[in-house]
Design a binder for this molecule. Sequence first.
Ligand code: GDP
Length: 296
Amino acid sequence: MAFEGLTGRLQNVFSKLRGKGKVSEDDVNEAMREVRLALLEADVNFKVVKEFVSKVKEKSIGKEVMDSFTPGMVIIDIVNKELTELMGGSQAKLAKSNKPPTVIMMAGLQGAGKTTTSGKLAKLLQKGNHRPLLVAGDIYRPAAIKQLQILGEQIKVPVFTLGDQTSPVEIARQAVQHAKDNNLDYVIIDTAGRLHIDEELMEELKQIHTVTNPDEVLLVVDAMTGQDAVNVADSFNKQLELTGVVLTKLDGDTRGGAALSVKAVTGCPIKFAALGEKIDALEPFHPERMASRILG
Ligand code: GDP
């Protein structure tokens, strides 16, 4: 992940502010104009940018800030806090059911990284002393089942499959029962993706939802697709009530637009960030750390 453009531009704005002993309303307006451009250039949703800038402005233009000894620093602090808020404030933790197993349904478009992320999440849970079960519910993409089995073997996590002739809804139902019978405490269901959102896909996901009553519905989106990722998240959320988003390919995302917009647009917290193809390249998402990274 390298939000170089955004970080560089924000640092420019801030160094100008920091250099001033006194900050006028005009200075704030000028700085916010630059912040606005920097965010738009980073592909942040324009409504989100507008609201963000107006909030920061409102908090910055006031006697308290302007009369402080280091008004520039106070404004930078305000930006930092608002960026953190924009991404959800505090870390949104993964659900844990009182009545195991905790069921996690993974959704997303083809190629977003669903199968890979399912494996990574299993690994992360295993590291936390859990006993996850991976479920091969994507029966349409050739090789998706095999891909999950290979991941499972690699990390020594069982993979539940009934091949590609049983419906994913039935597979999911039996998988949850299998987890109960075998004392496995997390069920991660890899579902089918499509190139575009369509009725059939949504219908299947809704049915899997109905039979498994998941504790988490995580949408996997490719951060490199910027606002497209946000739009995909918004559409899924309208039909499926997501509980969280996983941003993948943040390692290749140079702008940061999806990371900064998805929570504000959809209301869904980002729960995990994937930063590479390797099996351990998945981290819980920390808004405050991300804000600090962006500010550089
Ligand atoms: P699915 O169709 O959603 O199940 O997608 P896959 O899990 O098969 O992933 C599609 C491609 O994206 C694969 O080549 C993955 O290795 C790659 N991928 C997944 N997550 C990441 C990530 O965080 N960073 C990078 N660089 N590649 C990723």
